[in-house]
Design a protein around this ligand. Structure first.
Ligand code: F6P
Ligand code: MN
Length: 279
C-alpha cells in the first residue's frame, strides 16, 4: 500500500503543477457522464495512469474520465477507481478542486474497499488518506508532512445541500430547511472534495446529494466519489447513507453508476434516516 500512497503523492505534485500552468480550455470530448472534458481533466487522468503504471501491485484502474477499466498488471491485487480532477468546472473561477481515489482489493465494489484517499488543491495542497485511521497530510515543498488524525464530532454546524432545489422532493427540502432553522450554516462551493473536507475538518455537519426528479439515482458516482468518501466518513467516526442504507452496503452494476448520498456526523445522519424512513 505504501507504493500506492507514494504514487498518489507524485501524481498530486504533477497535478498541482498542471493546474498552475496549463490552459483550461475545453476539449472536444465528453466523459461517460456526459460532461464536456477540460484539457486539464484529460491531462490529470494521464498523469495518474502514468504513475499507477509503475506500481506492480495495481491490477486495474477505472477513471471517471475513461469509458472502460484498464488492466495494468496481471499479478497485482489492487483495483483503483479515481476521479482525476473533481469539480474541474470551478477552476476558471479559481475555487478549490480535488482528486479522489478508492482502493479496492481483488475487484471493484464497496465491500472490497481497503483504503481511500483524496487530495484538495486549494490555497494549499492537502491529502487525506484513510486506511485504519483517517490522516491529514500537507504538501510542504516536495513532501507530504503528516498533520493530524481526523475525527468527527457527534454533531456539527455545517449544512451542504447539493442538487437543484427545484428538483428536490418536498420532504428533502423540509429536512434541509430544518437544519437551517436549527442554526446550521450553509457551506457549499459545488466541489465535492472541498465541501466534504470542510465538514471533516470543522468537526461535522451534513453534505447531501439526494435523488432528484431529474436524477433519480443522484449525481455522484459510486466507485470514484461516493464509496471513497463513505469509507473516510465512517473511519472518521461519522456515517454515510443513501437515505436509508449504509453506502458501503450498496452494490454497483456499471463502473459509472451513481447513488444518492448523505455524509455527516451521527446526529445529522440520524435525522436524515428518520425523515427518509417516513417518506
Ligand atoms: O463531480 C460532480 C460534482 O462536480 C461534485 O464535485 C459536486 O459535489 C457536485 O458535482 C455539484 O453538483 P451540483 O452543482 O448539482 O450541486
Ligand atoms: Mn467528480
Amino acid at each position: 500500500m505504501t507504493d500506492i500512497f507514494s504514487a498518489i503523492q507524485r501524481s498530486a505534485i504533477r497535478i498541482k503543477d498542471a493546474i498552475d500552468t496549463k490552459d483550461i480550455g475545453y476539449s472536444q470530448q465528453e466523459n461517460s457522464s456526459g460532461e464536456t472534458q477540460l484539457q486539464l481533466d484529460i491531462k490529470c487522468d494521464m498523469i495518474i495512469e502514468e504513475e499507477f503504471s509503475n506500481v506492480a501491485s495495481i491490477h486495474t484502474i477505472a477513471s471517471e474520465e475513461k469509458e472502460h477499466e484498464v488492466m495494468l498488471h496481471e499479478n497485482g491485487k489492487y483495483f483503483i477507481a479515481y476521479d482525476p480532477l473533481d469539480g474541474s468546472s470551478l477552476i476558471d473561477v479559481n475555487l478549490s478542486v480535488g482528486s479522489i481515489f478508492g482502493i479496492y482489493e481483488n475487484a471493484f465494489g464497496a465491500k472490497n474497499m481497503v483504503a481511500s484517499c483524496y487530495v484538495v488543491f486549494g490555497p494549499r495542497v492537502e491529502m487525506v488518506f484513510a486506511h485504519n485511521k483517517v490522516k491529514l497530510h500537507l504538501l510542504q515543498g516536495k513532501d507530504f508532512e503528516f498533520v493530524k488524525e481526523i475525527r468527527l464530532n457527534e454533531k456539527g454546524k455545517l449544512n451542504a445541500p447539493g442538487g437543484t432545489q427545484q428538483n428536490w422532493k418536498p420532504y428533502h427540502k423540509e429536512l434541509v430547511d430544518s437544519f437551517f432553522a436549527d442554526g446550521y450554516r450553509l457551506r457549499y462551493s459545488g466541489g465535492m472534495v472541498p465541501d466534504l473536507h470542510q465538514i471533516l475538518l470543522k468537526g461535522g455537519g451534513l453534505f447531501s446529494y439526494p435523488a432528484t426528479s431529474d436524477k433519480p439515482n443522484g449525481k455522484l458516482r459510486k466507485l470514484f466519489e461516493v464509496f471513497p468518501f463513505a469509507f473516510i466518513f465512517k473511519k472518521a467516526g461519522g456515517e454515510a447513507i443513501d437515505g436509508e442504507k449504509d453506502l458501503m452496503e450498496l452494490s454497483h452494476a456499471n463502473i459509472h453508476d451513481t447513488s444518492a448520498c448523505f455524509f455527516g456526523s451521527h446526529y445529522e445522519v440520524q435525522r436524515v434516516k428518520e425523515v427518509y424512513a417516513n417518506n
